[in-house]
Ligand binder design. Structure first.
Ligand code: NAP
Length: 745
């Protein structure tokens, strides 16, 4: 047998008191990782001690724990927590003065109390701890060397604990593969009472209550998966849990009271058949787990496919045909949730874009007590609470990656009676928020941003009376305008915003859709505080930015005839239609109507011979997001297309001028970038591999280019397409594009 290999940080002798699941797993992990040269142990019964020694969990077992700890440089206590004081008393005379003493007990307040009762002065080597790992099995045979691997261990150092001892214990757990966290004893007991002790209590109670009923056998015989999942932990060791509940009595009682209040709320709701209350509780609970997981991970609100490497492979040729509807407009989806929540009555939304950004807004209002059903295939039902019905959220509002959520919410939150904090993922945390904070402060709000650059987290103090303001916006921004107008709903008097250049006016339109009076005179918008919003029905228009790919695709592919239904035709966004028509596109707009204040219509697009044009600069802001697809139209057109006045394109999700020019050049098209635009010579699009740089619109534009190319086009880095256009590839394929998706980890 080869000699064991010890870690350079190995302890000479480790003593473990209590050789059950936790103690014997600790011993096994020490051995496997070479972290102790000698392991001694002690249990309550001789039988356990002998067994532990016989199966090699410890080198030597002792009946008396004092004998086990003699000469040990590390002592680990792993018996039920109520035994801590008696064990400490027993081992005290034999402890080395410099020994590190740590434990794995599930409650920490009583471990500290036991140590204070036994020692006049807590030893510097005393480091209470708790591995958040285990199972409902117990005993020496249940132990596993990998029990702590990728689990959390909480250390709760005391004021007397030396930094060296803390470092050693931390390093030891990390060497076993655990993630180490630190918190105070009180915090630990409060947190664990809620997350571990309360669920165990409920499981024990439910099983006991049902088992005492006369027909209990039937209950257990027919018990479905839910019952089994929920009650699995009721098989845990009774003595251990007896000790934990008594040891952590006050925190457990607090958690239980909180829970009891929740159950009686549910009880009342059922008794009174209060559907709204029931749906509120259930929908909040359903989404809460996911939400908190994302918050903790600091990732975008919903799982996107960003972690995967998605590529499109599009075969040349084909034509687009059919009648269909592309996903809902993102800006309008956000606003439908916001205004629906602060309106009076129930707002029904259909066509809601279930992308991560709008879902972050939805969750924010759920956090503030609004009952929102769905989304279910784009259908959302919002039980509005009125302008004064929002409630303080239980914690920070997490906006994920969504700047729209954070900026628009700032205006609403600035006027509430309660304090709020908004946070976001890594990328949102770098975006500037002072542009909304400044005008809100001028209205009387108290709002703090973080760091020199004024980034999230954003902290807003509640209970401030806002006053109307005349704000001359220094920059053209629909988000800033909307934020100030929304705050204006609660402000005294008129709130007036003047913009330097036209921006999207979805907020103004939807406010009117909810029956709120909004005055627009040229570049100036006015709302008067103190009105009310009345619930309405909103069929979110299809996003013209998503529709643009099919407008271009159908125009360039011979034999195409596509009808796009219910497309939003907000006048600030119809540049793509105007420009395509100017290039000779065959687009017919019909069935025009108004929905929630927004104009919508159906659009029929038939293939046409396009010609190059000089794009009028007044159309640029109206088509700013559609240029990637318009560049593809230009590449297929006869002659030269010139774009100027579009420097903003360089600071979108990617430098869209450069990235498109690179891709077009790869495909054999002459494309010359200029500082504020591009010059494209129409020609034959060839075959090749292009990179989208994670920009969804670039990816979808090059996919459409294959309709006119001489060979296949491969597009790298397409995962973000799902954020603005879920099922783009499915819809495109059904319409006639020969697109395949490959996915690499
Ligand atoms: P376990 O499997 O039931 O083992 C308990 C061990 O402690 C047994 O070896 C028992 O000896 C011994 N013991 C009992 N009273 C003793 C005393 N007065 N003096 C010396 N040894 C004594 O329990 P466990 O699951 O390992 O739990 C141990 C500790 O870890 C508890 O404090 C618990 O709160 C904590 N913990 C448990 C879990 C979990 O999921 N199980 C998770 C994290 C932390 P005998 O075998 O001779 O009875």
């Amino acid at each position: 047998m080869s000699d064991p290999v010890f870690s350079p940080h190995a302890f000479n002798k480790v003593a473990i008191i209590g050789l059950g699941l936790i103690g014997s797993s600790f011993a096994r992990a020490l051995r496997e990782k070479g972290l102790a040269k000698n392991i001694s142990g002690s249990a309550r019964s001789q039988k356990t001690a002998e067994l532990a020694e016989a199966i090699g969990v410890v080198d030597k077992a002792f009946a008396n724990p004092a004998d086990a700890v003699r000469d040990a440089d590390l002592v680990f206590l792993a018996m039920p927590v109520q035994a801590t004081e008696s064990v400490l008393r027993a081992i005290k005379p034999a402890l080395r003065a410099d020994a590190i003493i740590t434990d794995g007990g599930s409650s920490k307040g009583n471990v500290e109390a036991a140590a204070r009762a036994v020692f006049e002065k807590i030893p510097a080597g005393f480091v209470p701890g708790h591995p958040i790992a285990g199972s409902e099995q117990s005993g020496v045979l249940a132990g596993r060397a990998d029990l702590f691997l990728r689990h959390k261990v909480i250390l709760t150092p005391l004021p007397e604990t030396s930094p060296d001892a803390l470092t050693s214990v931390r390093a030891l757990w990390q060497a076993m593969g655990a993630e180490v966290l630190e918190m105070t004893v009180a915090k630990h007991d409060e947190v664990l009472a809620k997350t571990s002790h309360l669920p165990h209590l409920l499981a024990f109670s439910l099983v006991d209550t049902l088992a005492r009923e006369s027909e209990n056998l039937d209950i257990f015989r027919y018990a479905a998966g839910g019952f089994r999942d929920f009650t699995r932990i009721a098989a845990s060791d009774p003595v251990m849990w007896h000790d934990i509940f008594l040891a952590n009595k006050s925190a457990v009682l607090n958690a239980l009271q909180h829970f009891t209040d929740g159950v009686s709320e549910l009880r009342d709701a059922i008794e009174q058949e209060d559907s709204e209350a029931l749906l509120g509780i259930f929908t909040r609970a359903k989404v809460a787990r996911d939400h908190f997981t994302h918050m903790l991970a600091g990732t975008a609100y919903t799982k996107t496919m960003k972690s995967k490497n998605i590529e499109f492979l599009v075969q040349a040729g084909g034509a687009l045909n059919g009648t269909f509807r592309v996903p809902g407009d993102k800006s309008i989806s956000h606003r439908s949730i916001m205004l629906g929540s602060i309106a009076e009555g129930v707002t029904e939304v259909s066509g809601f874009l279930e992308g991560e950004d709008a879902l972050a807004t939805l969750q924010a209002f759920r956090d503030m007590g609004v009952v929102i059903e769905g989304p279910n295939n784009g259908a959302v039902k919002i039980h509005g609470v009125g302008l004064h019905g929002l409630q303080a959220p239980p914690g920070a509002i997490y906006c994920g990656n969504s700047g729209t959520s954070m900026r628009l919410l700032s205006g609403i939150l600035a006027a509430q009676a309660f304090d709020t904090v908004m946070t976001g993922d890594a990328s949102l945390s770098k975006r500037p928020m002072e542009r909304v904070a400044r005008p809100l402060r001028a209205m009387g709000a108290e709002i703090l941003t973080t760091g020199e650059k004024g980034t999230p987290p954003v902290t807003i103090k509640g209970g401030k009376a806002l006053k109307g303001l005349h704000y001359d916006m220094p920059m053209a921004s629909a988000q800033v305008k909307s934020c100030v107008l929304l705050a204006g709903l609660w402000a005294e008097g008129d709130t007036v915003v003047t913009e330097p250049a036209p921006t999207r006016d979805h907020t103004e339109r939807m406010l009117r859709g909810f029956g709120y009076d909004v005055k627009v005179e040229g570049a100036t918008v006015t709302v008067k505080g103190g009105g009310r919003l009345t619930a309405t029905r909103i069929d979110v228009p299809a996003d013209i930015s998503s529709a643009a790919f099919f407008m271009v695709g159908a125009s360039i592919a011979e034999g195409s005839d596509v009808t796009l239904q219910h497309v939003g035709l907000n006048p600030t966004r119809i540049g793509v239609i105007n420009i395509l028509r100017a290039m000779g596109g065959d687009l017919t707009v019909f069935n025009a109507r108004e929905v929630g204040g927004e104009p919508v219509a159906d659009i029929r697009i038939r293939s046409a011979k396009l010609k190059g044009i000089r794009i009028p600069e007044d159309q640029v802001p109206l088509a700013i997001d559609e240029f990637p697809s318009l560049f593809i139209a230009a590449a297929c057109a006869e002659g030269e297309t010139v774009l100027t006045g579009a420097e903003e394109l360089r600071v979108k999700e990617s430098d869209r001028i450069q990235v498109m020019a690179d891709g077009l050049t790869t495909l054999g098209i002459k494309a010359e970038p200029t500082p504020d635009g591009i010059v494209i010579q129409g020609g034959q699009i060839g075959s090749g591999r292009v990179v989208s740089h994670g920009d969804h619109r670039i990816a979808m534009s090059f996919a459409m280019a294959a309709l006119c190319s001489s060979g296949p086009i491969e597009i790298e880095d397409c995962a973000n397409v799902a954020t603005s256009f879920p099922d783009f590839t499915g819809l495109a394929r059904r319409a006639g594009l020969h697109i395949a998706v490959t996915e690499k980890e």
